[in-house]
Ligand binder design. Structure first.
Ligand SMILES: [Zn+2]
Length: 608
């Protein structure tokens, strides 16, 4: 079990985050509590948990946009396990139909692994995919990444990885396991065997082993599914596909769904891992990968509807006075128009989280820097979270954007302040980019062409000036005494940078590193102690996925709440690495109204 040391909270953080962005609040491990299978009951209990209580919505504000789906039919209480199987098959078909007009964003970040004597499996290369997935007839992907990048990627992979690349890139790749079987999930093709009852987070589930019947064709699901015991929806799939066609392979995957809308559990996380580093193992080619799905509520981003879906703020009077704008005012209004256009366009493309909880934390940090430096800007600085993994920041107008992946890996508030200070410096220095986006025709492109149409990269001179100014701002700020931590983070980033080129490839802003060398804030990189894997209390950078949680339905970002757990070896540190997912499953609206009967059932079921 990978764990984190609770001591770090006190050491690394000020009171500001209130634990919400602590190094200790890192891993989800420990929050997962599968209940022991107490009774091996052949049938699920017909008690409270089995009655079809409608999804609780009490005291929970309804989501801004309800899915355009027919209401879930009332589920007659099953009396046999056979009926349970019929119910989840039926619900899976209804679910596939419900999602068939959706085109969520799907992101896969993959790290190839090599064995390090001290650290165990460590990344030696990485790959990144981002696209929209059409949940219609086939589960297919449309890519956001530029063609040149793709080409470079392919070229790099020709030395032996080509096959792997091709497999990943098929629709049968990482995003395939949103469903067990899109077309033939039924008794004609599968045998279902009840295994046991088990809790996944707060949700009591029935686990079934699923095996394809003989001669049911290649690529059938083989593994286990977990079905929640109120409405009998699949909430987790774990396994692979079988048999594989000649000359190809299917990955093993662990796929999780979340109850984000009443009655449905939508695919959110898929973890994949292959490879064996044990003595004598032949297959030394190994990787681990995280696939995240979000943006289910986005409008289709295809070429067909691009012109109707984009709301263009062409006539917006934001000038502060009743008089005509002075030339300077006009310039500022113009820049704000560009900024608003970009923020709105990135949000509608499923790349930017709507304003939310994480922004309050980011804005507090920015504010701390501003106040102590007597910075008084004509408009307040806003922040937004880019929903993607690659480590990047950029600014447009007065909006600072920071990627989810970067917030995830930063070890403490001072490091967060440092990366934000660089963008604040651009704003303070008037390095305004993006005023061309005040012309609305420039917002008219299909979502998957976002990276070709938008960009916020500064020239090297402005980058250097921003770094210099950022250090100045930081030294005057409450973070001035903690810049050693920033230095340590930059050293950790440098240590991994040559292997993590995909994670460091930015798509909109300037990269933190170039050709394997970290360039951002290099003046701070010599500060702090030397990087030392053996020092268990030295946490220079965190794994991905520990801080920011995205709601896959509405794209809202929030801070992850986890219980501190102890690091016990250097292998627990996993800086910049991907790890398995273990989301704490809850029912829709459950947080608003804790369900007493469920708790009782949990206890009686032998939950410790
Ligand atoms: Zn910059």
């Amino acid at each position: 079990m990978r764990t984190w040391n609770g001591i770090l909270t006190a050491v690394l953080l000020g009171a500001l985050f209130g634990g919400s962005l602590s190094a200790a609040a890192q891993q989800t491990a420990g929050s997962q509590r599968p209940a022991p299978d107490a009774a091996h009951t052949a049938q699920p209990s017909q008690g409270a948990a089995m009655s079809q209580s409608a999804p609780t919505q009490a005291a929970q504000p309804a989501p801004a946009q309800q899915p355009a789906a027919e209401p879930v039919p009332a589920t007659p209480a099953p009396t046999t396990m056979d009926q349970v199987v019929s119910l989840f098959i039926e619900h899976e078909h209804a679910f596939i139909k419900m999602l068939s007009n959706r085109t969520p964003v799907v992101e896969t970040y993959l790290q190839n692994l090599t064995s390090d004597p001290q650290l165990g499996p460590v990344p030696n290369a990485d790959h990144y995919f981002l696209g929209r997935m059409d949940m219609g007839e086939t589960v297919d992907r449309k890519d956001y990444l530029k063609k040149e990048e793709e080409k470079g990627f392919q070229t790099r992979l020709l030395g032996g990885f080509e096959k792997l690349y091709k497999v990943q890139y098929q629709p049968l790749g990482f995003s395939w396991m949103v469903y067990a079987d899109r077309t033939d999930f039924d008794r004609e093709h599968y045998d279902f065997t009840y295994v046991r009852r088990e809790f996944l987070g707060e949700v009591r589930c029935l686990a079934f082993d699923v095996k394809p019947k003989k001669n049911s064709g290649p690529g059938r699901f083989l593994g286990r599914i977990w079905v929640e015991d109120q409405n009998f929806n699949i909430v987790r799939l774990n396994g692979t596909y079988y048999p594989a066609p000649r000359n190809s392979m299917f990955f093993h995957m662990d796929s999780w769904r979340l109850n984000l809308i009443p009655g449905y559990w939508v695919p959110a996380y898929i973890y994949s891992e292959e490879g064996d580093f044990s003595a004598g193992a032949k297959n030394k080619q190994a990787f681990k990968a995280q696939t995240r799905v979000w943006g289910y509520d986005l409008k289709k981003g295809g070429k067909d509807d691009e012109l109707t879906q984009i709301r263009v703020d062409s006539v917006k009077d934001d000038s502060p006075s009743q008089q005509d704008a002075s030339p300077l005012q006009a310039e500022r209004v113009w820049q704000q128009q560009a900024e608003d256009n970009v923020v709105e366009r990135l949000t509608s493309a499923g790349l930017l989280a709507p304003e939310g909880d994480v922004d309050r934390i980011l804005q507090t940090v920015v504010n701390n820097i501003e106040v102590t430096n007597n910075i008084d800007l004509p408009r307040p600085v806003r922040t937004r979270v880019l929903l993607t993994a690659p480590l990047e920041t950029f600014s447009v107008g007065n909006t600072i954007v920071i990627s989810r992946g970067l917030v995830d890996v930063l070890p403490d508030e001072a490091s967060l302040a440092a990366v934000l200070a660089h963008e604040l410096a651009h704003i303070v220095l008037g390095h305004n980019l993006g005023s061309q986006y005040a012309f609305n025709d420039r917002m008219l492109f299909s979502d998957d062409a976002t990276y070709q149409n938008l960009g916020f990269k500064h020239i090297p001179e402005e980058e250097q000036a921003a770094d210099k100014k950022a250090v100045e701002l930081l030294k005057n700020s409450p973070y001035g005494q903690k810049l050693d931590n920033v230095g340590l983070f930059l050293k950790a980033l440098q240590a991994r940078a040559p292997q993590l080129s995909a994670l460091l490839t930015t798509h909109l802003g300037n990269p933190l590193a170039q050709n394997g060398t970290v360039t951002r804030l290099s003046a701070l990189s010599t500060l702090g102690p030397a990087l030392d894997n053996n020092k268990l209390d030295q946490i220079a950078a965190l794994p991905l996925g520990g801080r920011v949680k995205i709601n896959p339905w509405d794209d809202k970002a929030e801070m992850v709440k986890t219980t501190p757990v102890a690091i016990t070896s250097a292998r627990d540190k996993m800086p910049f690495e991907v790890t398995p997912f273990f989301p704490r499953l809850t029912r829709y609206g459950a947080n608003a109204a804790p369900a007493a009967p469920t708790t009782t059932a949990a206890n009686s079921n032998g939950g410790n």
